[in-house]
Write a protein that binds this ligand. Structure first.
Ligand code: GLC
Length: 718
């Protein structure tokens, strides 16, 4: 399609409509939408709707085809609608929430899962997914931890690149869809962990911690980027010229589409940055946001801004060309329906291959936190009680697109499928609500069942809507009713594993001692129960590691491993500090379970690291290695992690930063040497002007099994 020729035929009104996106119910005359429905609040005209560029949130292939048919009859120049959706961890076959996939430390897994999601979404009529979300998170109170891959920029970057490649491929297949990295920027740093709250931080922190993963995604060729709801240093992202023009466009060279978050333009009034919709349009235009999601400032005021000379038609044309170019790249002008197919939906959704991949994702995302002789359960175990408010529900989590809980394998169902119903029993134990009080009858029934069972699988955690967008929590512990259930069952049966279904790290300090074993399944998706059965029965091992620190208590939030040392460091991060050191009177500084931590069914050990030489120069390299040994009686895989510390620098650097990891398969008793090459790009950091800084001096290299590793080898950059 000659999109420049097409652009030349468009009126200004049509261009502004192309830069606007509305929910399907605003455009779909068959729903209560259209100009009489939700669109009325947007004062959209028939002409606006006829020329709208894109839509979001619709039911699937049939609706997409019907809407596109309708649209193509109305759009004067035959420009097809672009259909977008939040395909975050699966479309209909749901895999673990991104925080869980982050725990896998397996970018290839993320890529394969994203490919599967793209395929199901494409036949469901989607051409763009609002994913990956790469917001760095350090505060478990924030509900959207579940959507991130965690607290580390290096891991988040690897996962972002894998997701973009998985979704977009090379667009040679109709199953490839465009990705949209979000939320730009630093949305995960919302003050107090409260969603939509303000973000205020130094550019030093932005450049070193919060922006890198977005840049990995833009360098990986992501075709769209979404601005965040939050302020950044006093300016809302959607109207932030420094962020969008200076950093994203000019410095990073991002040529894709910038889309706002939902109604984020008009929220600039609530922020107190714009007085009215006219000013919202002006601010967003000047910052360079190309598509306005679910508000009509561009449609209402774009022409006036042109007439006033505040913007130029050339600027509008830049945005419209980006949108037309993506539609062309997706082949929409040749086939406005692209891959939408109700028949293929039936063939692909929940097919055995997709369920198998979702199961693999759940197995590789689960983290074993504690195991005092409980796991693995014997295959001959005869009476297993699956108890708890999440024993038969709670698998698919927030942002689960068209996934259905009813199609998910629950923990109870998974254990029944694995062992036979005659060997498995169920009791609810208590309700799921965060403030649920113990129900005496439910509790008594559960304890009685546990007392006559040979093993107990206790399923606890958070309801689906206790994390995700807008769902931040000031208390991230288990409910009282659930803690009572843990303690009462522990009294009658020590052969009990607590399984946590959650969208964030939970504060477990007050209950972990009552749990003989504990594993985190996150929200594992459609095959969560079958994955759990395979893990608990030892048919596969726990290989995932924490992508986010689990605090002792919410009072430690935000807490993360790559902290700075302070002028008065505590002597031990896992003990109460001494007077006049940086410490709490009532809690250690460090987390209960650190970033990178996780157990397996065997024990691994690493030797102290050694470097191949004492120094290197800027264009040189050296190798750091350590021997990892499987000390147990079972083959498994260790995740060996490389962290580096810049000991003295012109800007204080973290006590350590993840710079590499390798999964090492080891037979029982086997040892292997793991080595990492260190190059100077791993030693530099950003100054406050976003310049790379590389400074000579001493560095420490840690090679271990979590961020808690203390042993390091020193070397110098000369
Ligand atoms: C929501 C979310 C964003 C999502 C968008 C469209 O408010 O913040 O992540 O992509 O709206 O659903």
């Amino acid at each position: 399609m000659d999109i420049k020729a097409l652009l030349s035929k468009m009126t200004v009104e049509e261009k502004l409509a192309q830069m606007s996106q509305f929910n399907s119910n605003c455009l779909d005359k068959d729903s209560d939408g259209g100009v009489t429905g939700p669109a009325r609040s947007l004062s959209l005209t028939e002409a606006d709707i006829a020329a709208t560029g894109s839509t979001l949130n619709f039911k699937g292939a049939d609706e997409m085809i019907r809407m596109q048919d309708e649209h193509m009859k109305q759009d004067r120049l035959g420009i097809p609608l672009l259909f977008m959706m939040d395909v975050i961890h699966g479309f209909r076959t749901i895999y673990p929430i991104p925080l869980g996939v982050g725990a896998s430390f397996d970018p290839d897994l993320m890529k394969r899962l994203s490919e599967m999601a793209a395929k199901e979404a494409a036949v469901g009529g989607v051409q763009v997914t609002f994913s990956p979300m790469v917001d760095l998170v350090r505060d478990a109170r924030w509900g959207r931890c579940m959507e991130s891959t965690g607290e580390d920029k290096y891991l988040n970057g690897l996962m972002a690149k894998a997701a973009v490649e998985g979704y977009q491929g090379d667009y040679s297949s109709k199953y490839n869809i465009a990705a949209c990295v979000k939320h730009f920027a630093a949305y995960g740093a919302a003050e107090s962990g409260r969603d939509y709250n303000s973000v205020d931080m130094s550019e030093y922190s932005l450049y070193n911690d919060y922006l890198p993963a977005y840049k990995v995604a833009t360098d990986a060729g992501v075709d769209m980027l979404m601005t965040s709801f939050n302020l950044i240093n006093g300016v809302p992202s959607s109207g932030n010229e420094w962020l969008l023009r200076e950093v994203l466009r000019d410095r990073w060279g991002f040529g894709g589409i910038i889309i706002s978050d939902y109604n984020a333009f008009r929220e600039m009034k609530s922020h107190g940055f714009c007085a009215d919709d006219y000013e919202c349009a002006r601010a967003a235009f000047k910052a360079g946001t190309d598509i306005e999601m679910m508000s009509n400032c561009y449609i209402k005021f774009g022409k006036r801004l042109l007439e006033e000379g505040i913007i130029t038609e050339a600027q509008i044309d830049e945005s419209v060309l980006r949108i037309l170019a993506l539609k062309d790249k997706l082949g929409m002008f040749d086939n406005p329906y692209r891959a939408a197919s109700a028949e293929e939906e039936k063939a692909l959704f929940l097919c055995p291959e997709h369920r198998a991949l979702a199961r693999e994702g759940a197995e590789k995302s689960a983290v074993l936190l504690k195991n005092e002789g409980v796991l693995p359960l014997s295959e001959s175990v005869d009476r297993v009680a699956v108890i708890g408010p999440f024993a038969d529900v709670g698998m698919i989590g927030f942002w689960s697109c068209h996934g259905k809980e009813s199609e998910a394998v629950s923990a109870y169902r998974g254990m029944c499928d694995a062992l036979g119903e005659e060997r498995v029993s169920y009791a609810k134990g208590c309700d799921t609500a965060s403030n649920a009080k113990s129900d005496e009858a439910l509790l008594r029934e559960a304890v009685e069942l546990a007392s006559r069972s040979s093993a107990v699988v206790l399923c606890l955690g958070e309801e689906r809507n206790m994390s995700g967008e807008s769902n931040s929590r000031a208390d991230i512990g288990l409910s009282d009713a659930q803690k009572t259930l843990v303690r009462e069952i522990a009294r009658v049966n020590k052969n009990c594993v607590s399984v946590l279904y959650c969208g964030r790290p939970l504060a477990l300090a007050d209950i972990i001692d009552d749990m003989p074993a504990c594993a985190v399944m996150w929200q594992p998706g459609t095959e969560g129960g079958s994955a759990l059965a395979n893990l608990l029965l030892g048919r596969c091992d726990f290989t995932a590691r924490l992508p986010m620190s689990f605090p002792y208590t919410v009072g430690q939030a935000p807490i993360y491993y790559n902290r700075t040392r302070t002028g008065r460091p505590a002597h031990d991060e896992h003990a109460i500090g001494k007077m006049y050191s940086s410490h709490y009177l009532d809690c250690p500084n460090g987390p209960l379970f650190p970033f990178g931590y996780g157990l397996s069914y065997t024990a691994f050990e690493t030797s102290a690291p050694e470097v191949s030489k004492d120094s290197m120069n800027a264009d040189g390299s050296l190798t750091v290695c350590a021997t990892v040994t499987n000390k147990g009686a079972r083959d498994s895989a260790a995740l060996v992690q490389l962290y580096i510390r810049d000991v003295v620098a012109s800007r204080v650097r973290p006590v350590k930063e993840l710079k590499g990891f390798e999964r090492v398969e080891l037979k029982a008793g086997e040892s292997k040497v793991v080595s990492f090459e260190i190059t100077s790009d791993m030693l530099s950091f950003k100054d406050s002007s976003d310049n790379d800084v590389l400074e000579a001096g001493e560095f420490h290299a840690f090679v271990g099994l979590s961020s808690d590793e203390k042993r390091a080898a020193s070397f110098r950059l000369v």
